[in-house]
Write a protein that binds this ligand. Structure first.
Ligand SMILES: O=C(O)c1ccccc1NCC(=O)[C@H](O)[C@H](O)COP(=O)(O)O
Length: 218
């Protein structure tokens, strides 16, 4: 399987471990080889971390790992405050934010893939100017951290660098890589012992499964 037309076959899949709330989990994800770490600043999330917590957790992230703050329809004052106070690489916009806001804050967008809806809508919303687009499963009333997979076959047709989220686990991520070789993968619940509490062995197993599947693709 080819890795989209945009990357050479040998490119390494970008791996994001999301929903970190504890220092030991940051260390575990870094040691296991994660490329991006996500901190969720969405009040309704069971993985919510406040600004003080994020500030402390960011101090544990080495320079070679990209940190991401996840927001969902946050007010501009909140976005300004996050930008002014915290040192992170990206803001992940996980709501209905329009492209102007995403670009102004140098972020990227999570496109909701509603499992019961037509796929033309998220496809039309993909931002070709973005460094990458995140595709994540959504159902009525829940977008983000659903633990559900969407139909990956659409990845064969969609353009640009795509990061896939939604229901990934150490057991299914290898199949995703071997079949569609997305630019990146993103996991929250699939590497947890409990909501917001990561399991270091699951993190290691997830990253190993990605790397093993890449070798199988070469
Ligand atoms: O994970 C959450 O609780 C969450 C809540 C609200 C907005 C975004 C959220 N997560 C963002 C992510 O990037 C997750 O990694 C992604 O949704 C995948 O979650 P999962 O299906 O549990 O692997």
């Amino acid at each position: 399987m080819t890795r989209g037309s945009h990357l050479p076959q040998t490119a390494r899949t970008q791996i994001k471990i999301c929903g970190l709330t504890r220092g030991e989990d940051v260390h575990a994800a870094v040691e296991a080889g994660a490329d991006l770490l996500g901190f969720i600043h969405v009040p309704k999330s069971k993985r919510f971390v406040d600004v003080d917590q994020i500030e402390c957790l960011l101090q544990l992230v080495p320079d070679h790992v990209a940190s991401v703050v996840v927001v969902q329809n946050a007010a501009e004052e909140t976005l300004d405050m996050l930008r002014d106070r915290l040192r992170f690489k990206w803001i992940q916009f996980h709501g209905d934010e329009d492209v102007d806001v995403v670009r102004r804050y140098r972020g990227y967008k999570a496109q909701a893939i509603y499992l019961d809806r037509d796929l033309d809508e998220p496809l039309a919303k993909l931002d070709p100017g973005a460094p990458f687009n995140l595709l994540d499963s959504a159902v009525a009333g829940a977008s983000g951290g659903t633990g559900l997979t969407f139909n990956w076959s659409l990845l064969a047709e969609w353009p640009g660098n795509l990061m896939v989220a939604g229901g990934l686990t150490p057991d299914n991520v290898g199949e995703l890589i071997r079949s569609y070789a997305p630019w990146g993968v993103d996991v929250a619940g699939g590497v947890e012992a409990a909501p917001g509490v990561k399991d270091p062995q699951k993190i290691q197993a997830f990253i190993q499964a990605v790397r093993d599947a890449e070798v199988a693709c070469d």
